[in-house]
Design a protein around this ligand. Structure first.
Ligand code: FAD
Length: 431
C-alpha cells in the first residue's frame, strides 16, 4: 500500500488550497513545486512589497477576505482613470463610448443567451458564442473610432485578443462572480495568501515533476532530480501548457483532455516595476489604447510605477525591453532612454526626463512554469475547462485556474475554489 495518500503537483494557490483541505481531512499529503518559491502567479516583490503577478483582491465579498489567519483586506486608494491620447493622459471618459461601459453592456447583452447549453458542448450556430471582436463590431457600427480602443481594453482585461475571446464566456464568467465591489490589497502583499495556506504543509521546492504514471488507486510521480513519490491519488494543478507541451507527461490522458490542454493556453503578460527617486504626485491608472503599455499605475507618495502589459502590448514591451536591456536582460538595471521610458513619460508626465533607480521585470509569457498570465474563455472552446477538470479513474484529479470555466473570472479566488473542489473529489474517492 502507498505510504502517502495524495501528491499535489504545483504550489500555487490552487494546489495549496487543495493540500490544506486534504491535510485538514486527515490525509497524508506531499506537494511538489518546480519553482524555488511557493505562490506561482502570485509573486510579491520582496523589496517594494508590490505585486509582479496577481495585482489585487477583487471585491468586498471575495472569499480571500474571509480566510482565517489572514490580515484584513485594505481598500486601495481611489485612482484617477485616464487614457493616453495624443501623447498625454486624458480622463477615460474621453473615449466614447467608454470601454468599461461596453464591457458592462456585453455582460448584460449575453444574459438571455443559452449559456449552460453552449458551455457544455461546442455551440451550434445562433446560440451566441461569437467572439468579442464580432460583438464589438456590431456595437460600434455607429462609432467606428471606438472599436480599436475597446478591443484593446478587452485585450488588457482578459489577456487575450478579442478574436479569440468568447463573448458568451466573458459575460457568463463576469455574471457568475459574486465577489462584490472594490479592489483590495493584503497587508504584507498577496504572498501572505500562499504563505498562510502553506502553514504546516510539506512542500518540496525547485524540482519540477516530469512524469506521472498511474493505474486505478496508485500513482507514481518522478521529478527532474529523480525524486520518486508514490501515493494513492494525485492532484495536478500545473497550467495546462505544461502538459500540452510534454514537460509533464501523464499516461492514458484521454484525447479530449489532450485537446483541452491545447486550448487552455493563458494569454500573454509582461510586468515591470519602475522605481524613481521621486514619489508619484497622484494615484492614477492610465490605459494605453495603442497596444504598448497596457495599464500604467502610479500611487500617490510611492516611488514605483507599475506597467502591466498584456496580449499584443506584452509582445511590444518585451521586444523593446529585450532590445534595450543589457546582456542577461532581466532584473535590476537602470533605464536611461528608449521607447519604453518615453512612452511611460507620456502616460505619467512627472517621470519625464527622470532616470529610474531600479527596474524589475516579470515576463509571464516567457515564464516556463506559467506559460502566460491567466486562461481566458476561448471562442468555440468553452467546453475545455470542464474537460480539463474531469478526474481520471478516481485517481488523478485536476485543479488550477484553468479549470474555472464559466464559474467566474480566471483569478486567485477561483483558483483556490478549484483546488478545494478537487480536494473534495479526492476525499470522496479515497473514502
Ligand atoms: C500578470 C497577472 C495579473 C493577475 N492579476 C490578478 C488579480 O489582480 N487578481 C486575481 O485574483 N488574480 C490575478 N491573476 C491571476 C492569478 O494570479 C491566478 O489565477 C492564480 O494565481 C493561479 O493560481 P494557480 O495555483 O491555479 O496557478 P499557479 O499560480 O500558476 O500555480 C501552479 C504552480 O505549478 C507549478 N508548476 C508548473 N509546472 C510544474 C511541474 N512540472 N512540477 C511542479 N510544479 C509545477 C508552478 O511553478 C506554479 O507554482 C493575475 C495573474 C497574472 C499573471
Amino acid at each position: 500500500m502507498a505510504e502517502l495518500d495524495v501528491v499535489v503537483i504545483g504550489a500555487g494557490v490552487s494546489g495549496l488550497a487543495a493540500a490544506a483541505k486534504l491535510a485538514g481531512a486527515g490525509l497524508a499529503v506531499e506537494m511538489l513545486e518546480a519553482r524555488t518559491r511557493i505562490g506561482g502567479r502570485i509573486h510579491t516583490d520582496e523589496d517594494s512589497g508590490l505585486e509582479l503577478g496577481a495585482q489585487v483582491v477583487h471585491g468586498d465579498r471575495n472569499p480571500i477576505g474571509a480566510l482565517p489567519g489572514l490580515p484584513a483586506l485594505v481598500p486601495l486608494p481611489r485612482y484617477a482613470a485616464k487614457v493616453l491620447m495624443n501623447g498625454a493622459p486624458h480622463p477615460l471618459s474621453a473615449l466614447r463610448p467608454p470601454p468599461p461601459l461596453l464591457e458592462e453592456r456585453l455582460v448584460a447583452d449575453a444574459t438571455g443567451r443559452p449559456v449552460v447549453e453552449a458551455a457544455g458542448r461546442p455551440s451550434p450556430s445562433g446560440c451566441g458564442d461569437v467572439s468579442v471582436a464580432q460583438w464589438l463590431k456590431e456595437q460600434t457600427v455607429r462609432f467606428p473610432t471606438a472599436l480599436e480602443p475597446a478591443a484593446e481594453w478587452f485585450r488588457q482585461n482578459w489577456a487575450a485578443d478579442p478574436e479569440a475571446l468568447s463573448a458568451l464566456g466573458v459575460s457568463a464568467a463576469r455574471r457568475a462572480d459574486a465577489v462584490g465591489q472594490g479592489q483590495f490589497a493584503l497587508p504584507g502583499g498577496l504572498r501572505t495568501l500562499p504563505e498562510r495556506l502553506a502553514d504546516g504543509l510539506r512542500v518540496r521546492l525547485g524540482d519540477p515533476v516530469v512524469r506521472l504514471t498511474w493505474s486505478p488507486g496508485r500513482v507514481r510521480v518522478v521529478t527532474a532530480a529523480g525524486h520518486v513519490v508514490d501515493a494513492a491519488a494525485a492532484v495536478v494543478t500545473v497550467p495546462p501548457p505544461i502538459v500540452a507541451d510534454g514537460r509533464l507527461t501523464i499516461n492514458d490522458l484521454p484525447v479530449r483532455k489532450q485537446a483541452a490542454a491545447q486550448e487552455l493556453r493563458p494569454g500573454d503578460a509582461w510586468c515591470a516595476l519602475v522605481t524613481y527617486p521621486e514619489p508619484a504626485p497622484e494615484s492614477v491608472v492610465v490605459f494605453d489604447p495603442e497596444g504598448r503599455l497596457g495599464f500604467v499605475t502610479a500611487t500617490a507618495g510611492r516611488h514605483e510605477v507599475v506597467i502591466m502589459a498584456k496580449a499584443g502590448a506584452a509582445g511590444w514591451a518585451r521586444a523593446v525591453w529585450r532590445a534595450s536591456a543589457p546582456a542577461g536582460g532581466e532584473g535590476e538595471v537602470a533605464w536611461r532612454d528608449g521607447p519604453l521610458l518615453s512612452r511611460l513619460a507620456e502616460a505619467v508626465p512627472w517621470t519625464k526626463g527622470r532616470v529610474p533607480e531600479v527596474v524589475k521585470v516579470a515576463d509571464w509569457g516567457a515564464d516556463p512554469w506559467a506559460g502566460g498570465a491567466y486562461t481566458y474563455p476561448g471562442a468555440g472552446a468553452l467546453w475545455a475547462p470542464a474537460a480539463w477538470a474531469e478526474p481520471m479513474g478516481g485517481t488523478i484529479f485536476f485543479a488550477g485556474e484553468a479549470t474555472t470555466g464559466l464559474a467566474g473570472p480566471p483569478m486567485a479566488h477561483m483558483a483556490m475554489a478549484g483546488g478545494e473542489r478537487a480536494a473534495t473529489e479526492v476525499i470522496g474517492a479515497l473514502r
